[in-house]
Design a protein around this ligand. Structure first.
Ligand code: 5RP
Length: 219
C-alpha cells in the first residue's frame, strides 16, 4: 500500500469526527487535501470551515464550503490537520508546508485536535524532521544564532515566503526530549513568530494510516 493510500485512509477516518452542522478547522498539507476531498461527500451538513492557509481556503471554496473568518467564530469542535512528526504523547512537529502559525492559531481555538498521518510520521522522540521556525525577515540571522546556542543547525528555506509574509528556518540536528520546554524557549526569542513544536496544544486524537488500515489513539 502506498504512502498516499495510507494518508488517504487516515483522512477518511477523520470524516467520522465531523458532526452535523459543524464548523470545523481545516489544516494544510497533502494528508489534509484528502480530508478536504472527502468533505465533498458531506458538504450539505457542514456549516463552514476555518482555514489555516490560502491553499486550503482555495480548495474549500472550490467545493462550495463557506470559509469563515476566525474572528467571527468564538469556538468550534474539531480541527483536522496533518503533522510532520508525532510522538506517543501526541506532541507534534508541524510546518513542513510553512503554515505553522495559522495552524497553531486555529488549533488553539478548537475543542478537539484530530491529527491525521501515515505511519512514517510516528516517532519516539521528535527532531529527526528539521524543526520549522517562522521568523520576521529582519530577525532571521539573529534568530539563527540563538537557535545554534540551543544546539540546532538552522537552514533558511530560501524559496519560501509564508502566508504572513515571513521566512522559515528549518532547524536540523535537534533531539527534542522536552518539547514543551523547547517550544517555550524558542518562542521567547525576539523575532520568532512561531515554532513548529505543538506541545502546549498537542493533538487529542491521532489517526495513523498503516498497512493494515488505521490505528486511532486518544489522549
Ligand atoms: C503544514 C503542516 C503539515 O501538516 C505537515 O507538513 C504535514 O504535511 P503532509 O500531510 O503533506 O505530509 O504542518 O505546515
Amino acid at each position: 500500500m502506498s504512502q498516499n493510500t495510507r494518508k488517504q485512509n487516515a483522512a477518511r477516518e477523520a470524516l467520522k469526527y465531523v458532526e452535523d452542522n459543524a464548523v470545523l478547522g481545516v489544516g494544510t498539507g497533502s494528508t489534509v487535501n484528502y480530508f478536504i476531498e472527502g468533505l465533498q461527500e458531506i458538504r450539505e451538513r457542514i456549516r463552514g470551515a476555518v482555514s489555516s492557509s490560502r491553499t486550503s481556503t482555495e480548495k474549500l471554496m472550490k467545493l462550495g464550503i463557506p470559509v469563515l473568518d476566525l474572528n467571527e467564530v468564538d469556538h468550534f469542535d474539531i480541527y483536522v490537520d496533518g503533522a510532520d512528526e508525532v510522538n506517543p504523547r501526541l506532541e507534534m512537529i508541524k510546518g513542513g508546508g510553512a503554515a505553522l502559525t495559522r495552524e497553531k492559531i486555529v488549533a488553539a481555538v478548537a475543542r478537539k485536535f484530530v491529527c491525521i498521518v501515515d505511519d512514517s510520521k510516528t516517532v519516539d522522540v521528535l527532531g529527526r524532521f528539521p524543526l520549522p521556525v517562522e521568523v520576521i525577515p529582519m530577525a532571521r540571522e539573529y534568530v539563527a544564532r540563538e537557535l545554534r546556542k540551543l544546539g540546532g543547525n538552522p537552514v533558511w528555506r530560501r524559496d519560501c515566503v509564508t502566508d504572513n509574509g515571513n521566512q522559515i528556518l528549518d532547524v536540523h540536528d535537534l533531539s527534542i526530549t522536552n518539547p514543551g520546554e523547547l517550544e517555550q524557549a524558542i518562542n521567547a526569542i525576539p523575532g520568532v513568530v512561531t515554532v513548529g513544536i505543538f506541545s502546549r496544544r498537542g493533538a487529542d486524537v491521532l489517526i495513523v494510516g498503516t498497512e493494515d488500515g488505521v490505528r486511532v489513539s486518544e489522549k
